[in-house]
Design a protein around this ligand. Structure first.
Ligand code: A2P
Length: 346
């Protein structure tokens, strides 16, 4: 499973994932990672390296982690204006080309996200142009609206006051996203942190449907309802925090007793069990690791399966959304409760 040759062609993945996605939608792709064909017609590797790390790491550390990931075989990288990781990713891509780790930028799948201070129609194009400048790229493979909210123009992170956050006018912002796609700056466009209700609103206006909805998903927050909805609408689900938001200091997944039991019995790590479970649900996984050993471990999930009994046990885990995003909820703001922010999908 190391970095190296690419398997082209339409070789069908022989995994339980086929049960979750139509057989024709998943093929073995770059470096042995299954790829899904998005509703835009573009293929996306179903395992990515996340680049969100707080406090922000020095560019050199980010570059090293991304080059390590490429050596392991990762070809899909997930960044965002919020994470301030675009510049480091751009430096790493340029270095990978120079070192010959990849022959062309087209071998990579690069995602970035529109921050909420730019979720106004006239700010979307300048925002992606700035992201592309930092990434040193002509296009991204996937551009996502990061959250379904608008923030005051000078808010660059999640710390806002109640009068600095507003509901999103999805119709006009999505039109601007569609324009970005038509200009060739993003091969696919999508959203992140959208509920079934917000997707329904979006689909009522969209000429181009979102290709992806990137949301929190792991064995402790399985997102069954949202996944069923997205499947019906042809929207692919990507899982952020697939290890249970460990990056934010939670250990609900890696510390889960049942997952630990399964891991021990199978001779796998708990992280591998969580990731393999996500893969078998047919979603794209975005674990973040800046450690080469763990990057490798997280990559080694495609040549074994969970049993029906193990899947049933995992299905019985009590459910809890971890990333509730308290930063955006104010008793006298536009989103008064978590239930309101997440449209009751808690
Ligand atoms: P590190 O970068 O030191 O590997 P999530 O993507 O769910 O937010 O989880 C990311 C966090 O989990 C990071 O803190 C990362 O730390 C850690 N991590 C990544 N892979 C593993 C693994 N295989 N085992 C344990 N921790 C991991």
């Amino acid at each position: 499973m190391g970095g190296g040759t690419m398997n082209g062609g339409d070789v069908h993945a022989n995994t339980n994932t086929e049960a979750s996605l139509k057989r024709s939608e998943v093929v073995i792709g770059r470096c042995g990672v299954p790829e899904v064909t998005l509703n835009s017609g573009h293929k996306m590797p179903m395992l990515a390296t996340g680049t969100a790390s707080f406090p922000f790491p020095p560019i050199e550390d980010l570059k090293k982690a991304i080059l390590d990931a490429m050596e392991v075989g990762y070809r899909h990288f997930d960044s965002a204006a919020l994470y301030q990781s675009e510049e480091g990713l751009g430096v790493a891509v340029a270095a990978a080309l120079e070192k010959g780790l990849i022959k062309s930028r087209d071998e990579l799948f690069i995602t970035t996200k529109l921050w909420c201070n730019n979720t106004q129609p006239d700010r979307v194009l300048p925002a992606i142009q700035e992201s592309l400048r930092k990434l040193k790229l002509d296009y991204v493979d996937l551009y996502l609206i990061h959250f379904p909210v608008r923030l005051k123009e000078d808010i660059l992170d999640m710390t806002c006051k109640k009068d600095e956050i507003f509901p999103l006018d999805i119709k006009s912002v999505w039109e601007a996203m569609e324009e970005v796609h038509k200009l060739g700056l993003a091969k696919s466009i999508g959203v992140s942190n959208f509920t079934c209700k917000k997707l329904t609103d979006l689909l009522a206006h969209a000429k181009i449907p979102p290709a992806v909805n990137q949301v929190e998903m792991h064995p402790v927050w399985q997102q069954k309802k949202l996944r069923d909805f997205c499947k019906e609408k042809g929207i692919h689900v990507s899982a952020y925090s697939p290890l249970g938001a460990k990056e934010w200091g939670f250990d609900v997944v890696l510390g889960n007793e049942l997952l630990n039991e399964i891991a021990q019995a199978k001779g796998k790590s708990v992280a591998q069990i969580a990731l393999r479970w996500g893969h078998e649900q047919g979603v794209t996984l975005i674990p973040k690791s800046f450690n080469k050993g763990r990057l490798k471990q997280n990559f080694e999930i495609f040549d074994w399966q969970l049993t029906e009994e193990e899947l049933q046990k995992i299905a019985s885990i009590p459910q809890k959304r971890i990333a509730t995003i308290p930063e955006f909820v104010f008793p006298d703001g536009p989103f008064k409760t978590f239930e309101e922010f997440w449209d009751g999908e808690m």
